[in-house]
Ligand binder design. Structure first.
Ligand SMILES: *Cc1c(COP(=O)(O)O)cnc(C)c1O
Length: 384
């Protein structure tokens, strides 16, 4: 407990001290299997040598110089990120929320330079989550997250996820951007339908609307491809990234196709954004994905987790639905899950919710089938 912290989180009663592989240890030395990876951040678990070596080397060389200068890690990370995503230009931020802010600014500027000063409308989705800054909160589909902080960004409307008619009903000549998660995370693990994303792409093309995919949670290997939209036959105009992008160092990014690179010198900036320590971590993470077959593991172990959760859902009456893709899955229960999660923690298993009734599985991307078996055994005991 700390009376010095602003009480914005109801934290679990555990103080973590160190990690090794996919295991966390608290200050009493108790071990916990980590199936949450710090909200999908610690892609390679803990103490992954290639990653920690790269960070140590960069700390010894240089950690910060500001964006008035180039550094090698910055340029390397930008090249690797744009190559992996199919985007042309990237701006590194310090968090996902800031990435969303940047993407929204970029979309507004894109319409602005076309001389269309009324084209400021943004369509977002119910149950979406885009972060806690004022702009990001404005497009977040949970009313409780918005209510105390108004007035927020104007001209934002909310459609229903996977319901294309609800989108069409909101589109007009002043719509500037449509922003959505390719897989909704905080809102309870909802995967976008193929037709739905294809039709959004078509609407954006027809009306010169910027299509922004928020890949902060579902990107960076989580779904078995580097980016979740690569499971679909479409390209977004702008993407946001964060969480797993630097595997544990605070980094985010927004990136765009050349045609949408509307931000010019003076339009946007960040003191820390893309600093050499941060981008050395991005660069190392991208190398590890390429060299160590991380995506193969996500696909294999993700399919195994899917199968095991289907089996668990079939025999447990409290599980209403099982959803997800790769190592981003969830089970929706007909009861609140907070007590179940506390029991898991007592039993040495770190799991977290997405909303009140969904248990969310966001393990490090390096977990094994044996780790899945351990989780399923513990969980089925607790649920029965
Ligand atoms: C977590 C998250 C954010 C916000 O990221 P922060 O780093 O917490 O600011 C934005 N979008 C999505 C989809 C997220 O999951």
């Amino acid at each position: 407990m700390s009376e010095s912290l602003l009480h914005t989180y109801n934290r679990f009663d555990v103080t973590f001290d160190r990690g090794e592989g996919v295991t966390l240890y608290d200050t009493d030395g108790k071990a916990y299997l980590d199936f949450f990876s710090g909200i999908g951040v610690n892609a390679f678990g803990y103490g992954y040598k290639k990653y920690t070596d790269a960070l140590h080397a960069q700390i010894d060389k240089l950690t910060h110089v500001s964006n008035y200068f180039y550094t090698e890690p910055l340029m390397a990370a930008a090249d690797k990120f744009t190559k992996a995503s199919g985007m042309d230009r990237v701006f590194f931020t310090n968090s996902g929320g800031e990435a969303v802010e940047g993407a929204l600014k970029l979309a507004r500027k894109y319409a602005f330079i076309k001389g269309n000063t009324n084209k400021t409308g943004i369509i977002a989705f119910e149950h979406s989550f885009h972060g806690r800054t004022i702009g990001a909160v404005s497009v977040t589909g949970t009313p409780a997250y918005r209510a105390p902080f108004g007035p927020l960004l104007p001209d934002v409307s909310f459609a229903i996820y996977n319901d294309i008619d609800s989108v069409k009903a909101l589109v007009n000549e002043n719509t500037c951007a449509i922003i959505l998660e390719t897989v909704q995370g905080e809102g309870g693990i909802h995967v976008a339908d193929k037709d739905f994303l294809a039709e959004i792409r078509e609407i954006c093309d027809k009306n010169d609307i910027v299509m922004i995919l928020d890949e902060v949670q579902c990107g960076i290997g989580r779904t078995g491809k580097m980016f979740a939209y690569q499971n679909y036959n479409i390209m977004p105009d702008v993407i946001t990234s964060a969480k797993g992008i630097a595997a544990g160092v605070p980094v985010g990014a927004f990136a765009c196709k050349e045609e949408f690179a509307a931000l010019k010198p003076g339009d946007h900036g960040s003191t820390y954004g893309g600093n050499p320590l941060a981008t050395a971590a991005v660069s190392a993470a991208m190398d590890i994905f390429a060299e160590d077959n991380i995506l193969d593991n996500v696909n294999q172990v993700g399919a195994y987790l899917y199968e095991k959760l289907e089996e668990l859902a079939a025999k447990c009456d409290h599980i209403k639905e099982h959803r997800g893709i790769g190592l981003m899955q969830g089970i929706e229960l007909d009861i609140p899950v907070s007590d179940i999660l506390k029991e898991c923690l007592n039993d040495g298993l770190v799991l977290i919710s997405a909303g009140a009734n969904v248990i969310r599985f966001l393990p490090p991307l390096v977990i094994t089938k044996e780790d899945v078996d351990t989780v399923i055994n513990k969980l089925s005991k607790i649920l029965s």
